[in-house]
Design a protein around this ligand. Sequence first.
Ligand SMILES: [Fe+2]
Ligand SMILES: [Fe+2]
Length: 290
Amino acid sequence: METKDQENNTPLPSLESWEDDVLQRYPEPGKTAKSKEEFRNYDSPELTGVREFYRLNHKYQTYHNVLAKKENFLKFDKKEIPWWDAMEFLNTLVDDSDPDTQLDQLQHLLQTAEAIRADGHPDWFILTGFIHDLGKVLCLFGEPQWNVVGDTFPVGCQFSDKIVYPDFFADNPDANDPAFNTKYGVYSHQCGLDNVHMSWGHDEYLYHLVKDHLPEPALYMIRYHSFYAQHRENAYDHLLSAHDKEMFKWVDKFNPYDLYSKSPVTPVVSELKPYYEDLIAKYLPATVKL
Ligand SMILES: [Fe+2]
Ligand SMILES: [Fe+2]
């Protein structure tokens, strides 16, 4: 019998391969992405890796997986360190396997935050850009890629065919469980996303790390930034409350900074560090309990 242990848990050449794939699906308006033929080169290890990644993600992101991960990681008993050190800890997540990855984790976060800052947004929005992917430290605690990155979606109800690679859900046991495979599953009409379990990953984890410290729009941006089936496709309107819908305007505002802020000009970390340390000190406790 096939078990998780026998599967390759790191099919992505790098964590960024997932984000590069998202960028192909949602190219920056006005800019042409690589042509489909060019990108959908079926021999490319990148594409094979992304497909395999989603096969595992869709097979194993079950309702019970999410409850188990919450039970484990929301104890925050792994490590307690100052926030800046946590950002540097995240940066130890280096992908040697991908020669094309130009940016490390910290560069992506700084570029996202600096783009938000350049547009004159409030400081809590800038801080949100700076920390939004910190949850990827889950990888450093041994979690497989499919439990850390990838598009997120509700579990406990029918998987939408608007989620990328929907066919792979056929292997998810919840898809054959009558408790979970109806439109509403364990939920009810417009019950509100706070009552909905999302697939496990860096978004949900970071939300719980900061939920007592940042304004509500920031929390929505953090918690739902990978929920493309909703913020790009509106596939789960039947679960969102009116308040969620209002708050998703912020998620929409955040998404382009996450996807389109990659620049060949790399911010100088040492020059920016004092500014971001001040922002952290303004909103967050001295240490983060991971
Ligand atoms: Fe992310
Ligand atoms: Fe990101």
